[in-house]
Ligand binder design. Structure first.
Ligand code: ARG
Length: 455
């Protein structure tokens, strides 16, 4: 028996039932479904469909279904097509004819759009919370590592010395923009579809603004076709999650490299590493590898749903049911990624001695070129001169920081005694004392700003 089978002379094929049954995954939205139904019942009662007594019967019935579900006391039937039908069936079984009035003026099309918007909105809030938490961890980490100088890499080649704190904060500011993307997704999700009916708008004149207020929506949809047919907010959510996932993946990649023996810059805590079943010596950075790997999954979910959506005409078609699994999966996984990554950053050990040993004096080549510029040489020429000095060092196995003044002067007579003062890591870092630069002062300013941003 189906609620919609009045015009049917035959039962659904068992395979068809199995094929279109969304209950196994959409039962996740039972709370949203019941909240939506309670708000709808209130609106129906104001429109005269329920008496006060009937209304409280319906509301109590719905609340009990949620309680029973949470206590594992609900059994679904094979014929329950989705969470909306299942809740309604149980309600009717429990309270009879009054329950059968709940779907007045409503369609599963506006119902499901409402449920999923509520669910996604709530989830975006959770993602935002975890992003802020990661930001806080990064600021604490930056404060702890404030005096550690590392070689900064471009092209995975040593480039210029930077503060490790500066590196951690780079992710902080990237996440600041992810929060704006999350916020935008929230705004576009925060629109209440109930009252749109199946496509044309409900035939019962319910107070939509009151429903929106009750459910905590910021606004009410302005077009019933858009309300039941649009899933742009799902796509946007999948896109934000993909963006966060991809960016954290890039940092995970750095940490994987840094934890190799060859780099030895960091060691992940044992709690966030795993061993090998064969090689007893192994300690693998599985946590960050998986974080990197999950980014493929986020993009996959985005692509999967974008592909579904592009062929669907702009009202409700059953294809839209395919929105749930990818968005549920991406939400669940990004929460894990954010949580695990925060813990990894919090607990990893920085191997300061190894980093110190690895700092290559060539990291100061730009400072030498800048030195000649300050003595009056155009930068393009000083770049060449220092390039020649570097080539000389390589050929004669010399290092920049052990060259004498007379040796420097073979390349340019602008070199004077003060050139030897250039060779300090701290000095090189602090010369980048510009807004956004790596000097300690600049990094302290970043930390101050970061504190304000996550307060
Ligand atoms: N389970 C469906 C979904 O998730 C609910 C809406 C069904 N609407 C319909 N007209 N068949 O999309």
């Amino acid at each position: 028996m189906k609620m919609w089978d009045g015009r049917f002379s035959k039962q659904s094929d068992k395979l068809m039932e199995q094929f279109h049954n969304s209950l196994p995954f959409d039962k996740k939205m039972i709370e949203e479904d019941i909240d939506g139904s309670i708000a709808w019942a209130h609106a129906l009662s104001k429109a005269g469909v329920f008496s006060e007594k009937e209304l409280s019967l319906v509301v109590k019935g719905l609340e009990e279904i949620l309680d029973d579900y949470n206590n594992g006391k609900i059994s679904f039937l094979p014929g329950d097509e989705d969470i909306h039908m299942a809740v309604e069936r149980i309600l009717i079984e429990r309270i009879g004819e009054t329950g059968a009035r709940l779907h007045t003026g409503r369609s599963r099309n506006d119902q499901v759009a409402t449920d999923i918007r509520l669910y996604v909105k709530k989830s975006l809030g959770r993602i935002n919370f975890l992003v802020v938490n990661l930001q806080k961890v990064l600021v604490e980490r930056a404060k702890r590592d404030l005096d550690i100088i590392i070689p900064g890499f471009t092209h995975l080649q040593q480039a210029q010395p930077i503060l490790l704190a500066h590196y951690w904060l780079s992710l902080f500011f990237l996440l600041e923009r992810e929060k704006k993307r999350i916020n935008n997704a929230v705004t576009n999700t925060d629109i209440m579809p109930l009252g749109a009916g199946a496509i044309a708008g409900s035939g019962f004149n319910v107070d939509r603004t009151a429903i929106a207020r009750e459910l905590g929506f910021g606004s009410v949809s302005q077009n019933s076709i858009d309300a039941v047919g649009s899933r742009d907010f799902i796509l946007e959510t999948l896109s934000v999650i993909t963006s966060i996932g991809i960016h954290i993946s890039r940092y995970a990649e750095d940490l994987i490299i840094w934890s190799s023996r060859e780099f030895g810059f960091i060691e992940l805590d044992d709690a966030w590493s795993t061993g090998s079943s064969m090689m007893p010596q192994k300690k693998n950075p599985d946590s960050v590898e998986l974080i990197r790997g999950k980014s493929g999954r986020f993009l996959g979910n985005y692509t999967r749903f974008a592909t579904v959506l592009k062929g669907v005409g702009l009202t409700y078609y059953k294809d839209l049911q395919e929105d749930k699994e990818p968005v549920f999966d991406s939400i669940e996984q990004i929460c894990l990624v954010l949580d695990v990554f925060s813990r990894v950053i919090e607990t990893l050990a920085v191997k300061t001695e190894n980093i110190q040993k690895d700092l290559d004096p060539f990291l100061l080549a730009t400072d030498l070129a800048d030195y000649l510029v300050r003595k009056g040489m155009p930068f393009r020429m000083s770049h060449k001169v220092i390039g020649k000095i570097v080539a000389y060092c390589i050929e004669f196995s010399r290092q920049l920081d052990t060259m004498g003044l007379d040796e420097f002067r073979k390349f340019s007579d602008l070199f004077e005694n003060d050139v030897l003062e250039l060779f300090s890591w701290r000095g090189a870092v602090d010369r980048r004392n510009i807004e956004g630069g790596t000097s300690k002062e600049s990094v302290l300013n970043q930390i101050k700003l970061a504190h304000e941003l996550v307060k």
